[in-house]
Ligand binder design. Sequence first.
Ligand code: BDP
Length: 332
Amino acid sequence: MTLFNSKKAGMLFGSVVAASLAFATVAAEARDLRGWNIHVEDYPVSHGMEAFLKEVDEKTGGEISGKVFHAGVLGSQPDAIEQTRLGVIDFGVFSLGPMGQVVPEANVVSLPFIFKSVSQMYEVMDGEPGKALSKGLEAKGLVALGYYDAGARSFYTSAKAITEPADLTGMKIRVMNNDLFVGMVDSMGGNATPMAFAEVYQAIKTGVVDGAENNPPSYESTNHFEVAQFYSLTQHLIIPECLCMSKRTFDSLTPEQQAIVIEAGRNSTELQRKLWQEREAASMAKVAEGGVAVNEIADKAAFQAAMEPVYAQFLEQSPDLAGLVEMFKNAE
Ligand code: BDP
């Protein structure tokens, strides 16, 4: 007696194979993207990313869906940049500050006072200089879908306000991970301490550093304002952020899907910039209510002059980027 009818079993096996092959085809088409974000859920960058994913999901009829992992749960920014280049993370919003360690062209926007204003930054990033930067990103495996607003960064300190560069003498200031920012603080006589964003609150609270620098929404959303109550509006850095997709992910999409991704990226950038302006005002109001002493710096010439050596050193180390620096500097 045979335990089973081999012919029947063979047919059954055949149909299981056919079914799982059909499933495999469907599975290969449907994409589940992972998005990295350093910010908390209620933040302009986060809303921009969610809107991007939603639009892609809807316009591809659910072929491409995914999830944005907020609050840096997928890792630190430098690690996430690497993971996105590899396609382990599919997309993210990255500050072009830490990006400069990987993409040399990105360093140009980390030069202090390179932009004349935030509105000028929009134009420059949406024009030819921005395109040149996007090329640099692409060469390193990242497709720029839009440049988000991250306002202007200013110093905040726990003991006293900064009114002139000399006030930073001897102060330990946390900076993002990029040698350019170390040079920037050092050239004003301070001591720069590169550190991960997530560690800054404790570092200020325990006196490991005397302060840091950031835009109003980040200063507020991280509660850094609770432990560093002097906000001095030097506005020394205007660093846009890139909504970037892994080139590996992008290249694996159909041309129709790529077009949808590009359009959604553009729309989310427009939305984020609008939300940014609103949040900046709300953040300034919140920190003032929280007891922060805000000091405007009407004449920034002294800060600008103090940061000149940063340009000289940068051009000495990256002479091939001189043309790009000029292009950004001379943009109207
Ligand atoms: C914020 C940026 C974020 C950076 C952070 C920082 O949006 O990407 O990680 O500053 O200072 O403004 O590390």
